[in-house]
Design a protein around this ligand. Structure first.
Ligand code: NAG
Ligand code: NAG
Ligand code: NAG
Ligand code: NAG
Ligand code: ZN
Length: 360
């Protein structure tokens, strides 16, 4: 089935191995596929395997702990190099029920690792850019959506003496926090928390991004559903300073995506295209100075919504890959117009001389 295909692709096992493997049970729950599968353990195990089998390129890093005390990790894909590189950030699964998002993050990593030697675009941008990928931001909520409530969205922080649960992590960032498109009622799906970065998951991400912000060129955050590529802002209809360029690149990415299977996407600002909201990670990332910030809302437009059927996992990942790499290519060419610097013995002296000049 397409589900077996997807898992075997990710874990590098054959369908038969998957069916027999103790760690993976093919059943009926997710996308009509697995039953009783401890998903997080899988993503977790997958991250370790990816790191072990690509140790020259991939490292796994601890970000912080969730409300329920689970560790959060991201993967860093870095080609060894002496030169200072810039960073592309991508997170998936900030909203628990949007299962296609973590699947895409995993797909993305796997594709990069499989193709970076043969695909000239990937090998070019990997010489200049490090990729930081957080496959599941909201780990507790994600597990809860598997085990208890398929349509759970928020994290699992207890409020009102444990009579209601969960903060919407995409309303909890420090960008016009609490001002518009949120609820202060903890029973609401858009509860913004008790203050900006009140949640450990938000804080963990924000601290890392804040620390690295001068090197981060691009902040991508993957959601579903609706088929949109969204630019800032949600909290105001006032366009960001680089709005034209963001739109241009967003349209280019959407066009690349559409070329694959004809899926159509709309590109625009959250506040103009959808609704106003405050405290989103994307708005915050742009406000602290990261130039290329986008929210993706993957398939579909509502037929299945959050419960996207298994046979759409692969095509969704394939087409989204084209959009995301279009953005990365653009950023790569913009900030590294000279392309990959190849140090030959004759250019070495010049490069050393140049870098000495630049450092002073
Ligand atoms: C590389 O990028 C260019 C321009 O973005 C595109 O036309 C081309 O198809 C890409 N090549 C591959 C192998 O993806
Ligand atoms: C929470 O429970 C404690 C002890 O049962 C009680 O004293 C307190 O008033 C409760 N707080 C709220 C906000 O309900
Ligand atoms: C949020 O941002 C404001 C100013 O932009 C700053 O004063 C405040 O300390 C920030 N809060 C947190 C929790 O980082
Ligand atoms: C919070 O929302 C719940 C569910 O919609 C509602 O029953 C409750 O009365 C609300 N609480 C407050 C304080 O508004
Ligand atoms: Zn979402």
């Amino acid at each position: 089935s397409s589900c077996t295909f997807f898992l075997s692709y990710l874990l590098g096992m054959t369908a038969a191995e998957l069916r027999c493997g103790k760690s993976v049970l093919i059943g009926k729950r997710l996308w009509g596929c697995f039953e009783d599968l401890i998903v997080w353990l899988h993503i977790y195990q997958w991250m370790t395997e990816i790191q072990n089998s690509n140790s020259e390129l991939v490292t796994q890093h601890y970000l912080g702990n969730t409300v329920e005390n689970r560790p959060m990790y991201y993967l860093q894909i870095s080609q060894p190099s002496d030169k200072t590189k810039k960073i592309i950030w991508m997170d998936c699964g900030i909203h628990a029920r949007e299962w296609i998002a973590p699947a895409f993050c995993q797909w993305f990593v796997k594709e990069i690792l499989q193709n970076y030697k043969s695909d000239p675009n990937i090998s070019r941008f990997l010489q200049n850019l490090d990729l930081y990928i957080l496959p599941v931001l909201n780990v507790d909520g994600y597990i809860y959506s598997w085990e208890t409530d398929r349509l759970w969205r928020k994290n699992r922080s207890p409020h009102m003496n444990g009579t209601c649960y969960g903060t919407d992590l995409n309303r909890n960032f420090n960008s016009s926090w609490g001002s518009v498109g949120v609820s202060y009622n903890c029973s609401s799906i858009t509860f913004c928390g008790t203050g900006p970065e009140s949640e450990p998951e938000t804080k963990a991400v924000a601290q890392l991004i804040e620390r690295k912000k001068s090197d981060i060129l691009c902040y991508l955050t993957i959601h579903s559903y609706g088929q949109y590529i969204l630019i800032p802002y949600g909290s105001t209809t006032e366009p960001p300073s680089n709005s034209e360029e963001l739109m241009y690149v967003g349209e280019k990415a959407a066009a690349a995506l559409t070329e694959k299977y004809g899926t159509s996407y709309e590109v625009g600002s959250t506040s103009l295209l959808l609704y106003s909201n405050s405290g989103s990670s994307r708005d915050w990332a742009h406000m602290i100075g990261i130039p290329f910030t986008y929210t993706f809302e993957l398939r579909d437009t509502g037929t299945h919504g959050f419960v996207l059927p298994a046979d759409q996992i692969q095509p969704t990942c394939e087409e989204t890959m084209l959009a995301v790499t279009t953005i990365i290519d653009y950023v790569d060419h913009k900030y590294f117009p000279g392309g990959a610097v190849m140090l030959s013995s004759s250019s070495l002296g010049l490069s050393l001389c140049l870098s000495t000049l630049l450092e002073n």
